[in-house]
Each structure stands twice: as C-alpha cells, then as structure tokens.
Design a protein around this ligand. Sequence first.
Ligand SMILES: O=C(O)CCC(=O)C(=O)O
Length: 238
Amino acid sequence: MNSSIADFVECRPHKRNLEEISDTSDSSKKLKSSWRSIKNENLDLSYMSSFLNRTEARDAFICLENEVEYFTGDLAKVRVFGKWHDLPRQQAAYGDRGLTYKFSGCTVPAISWVPTLLKLKTRIEDITGYQYNFCLVNRYRSGNDSMGEHRDDEAELDPKTPIASVSLGEPRDFIFRHQDSRSKNSVRKIAPVKMVLENGSLLLMNWPTNVYWFHSLPVRKKILGVRINLTFRRIIPK
Ligand SMILES: O=C(O)CCC(=O)C(=O)O
C-alpha cells in the first residue's frame, strides 16, 4: 500500500494526555486541541476529526476495499427476536491469532490482520497508549445500511480499554442514548448525544460510556456513498 499510512510522525499520547499535560507550550496546546472531549452523565468520548488527513484516509479506504473479506452466508445474517435477517451492512472481524468474536449466537474466529488494519492499529496505539488485539469492520454500502442501537459491553471486552472507532468515506450521523431515557415513556429525560463521524476521524468511547449509553448509526436515505468503520477493541485473552 501507499506509504503515507505508515509514515505517521505526529504521535499524540492519549492515555497520558488531556488532564495530565499542564505546560502551555505550543506543542501542548496543539495536542490538547486535537482531541474534542464530549461528556455527559457517564458518557465520556474523545473525538479527533483529522486522525488521518484526506490523502491518508483515501489511501486507507482504497486499501481496505482490496484487503478486507466480508462475511458471507450465515455469518452475514443477524437474529432478531428469534428470526434471521440479512445484516443491514457488510461485516468482517480481524485480530490476533486464536481470538474469537461472539456474533449473534455464533463464535467466529478472527482473521489474521491485513496490512492496512495493522498500520492503523499501530498508529492508534501510539496515539492513545492502549493496546488492541481485535477489529470489527463494518461497511455501509449507502445510507440505507445501518447499525441498530446497542452497547458494546460484552464480558470478553476489556472495559477500561476504550473502543477506538475509525471512520472512512461518507460521513454519517452517530447517536448515543442513555439507558434510562430510550423510550417516550422513560421517567428520565436525558437528551441523546448526536455527532457526525467524519472521514478520517477517530472516536474513543471511554469507560463507562458503554455501561450506560447505547449507540446507533441510523439509516440516512439521501446518502449514496460508502462508509467503512473500524472498531478496534481489546478482548481479554482466555
Ligand atoms: O459504524 C459505526 O460507526 C458504528 C460501529 C459500532 O457501533 C460498533 O462496531 O459497535
């Protein structure tokens, strides 16, 4: 692949970052401004809109279109209230050897890393200070494809390692809703948190966001373009 993804020079620590950096040098100011912090009751997100510049994002998108093999057959289906449906998007799972991923009642072994995912994983690890061993790839063919409301709170995930979500291609709305305020009849009225995940962006869902908040990527009929999303996760090895 093009070397631009590999040749990153700006490594901005996150685990050690925002609160802990107290000096006011130019580089420190730049570092602070590169992350946007989004907070609400038990919601803690860090968002970097230009994790990848335009060229890097385009290169990564093209490479992933060549490298990623999406699930077919039964793995491309989802069970909702006991009935099987086609997934409203394409999906694939990559990771360290021997790791498995639980998916709608099936256990799927992670495929070995492909070069572009490995390069992006390394860059995220350099920036954040966290280590990742698994990546779920979701490909949205158009605005008709979507992801239903859910929490990433599986027991096998290390809860203290933020899920790191990279977006490539078409920008899409992303919505968080608090568990106590998900229906019209909910006693508590907590406003949803809405954001747009831009091309080349990185979103960290920090603990305890996935304990209390559900997230979804709704249908947007007017959107015609493709979007690829990568969620890097840390699965606790058995
Ligand atoms: O495509 C997205 O940004 C949503 C991904 C997501 O919610 C997930 O992988 O759990």
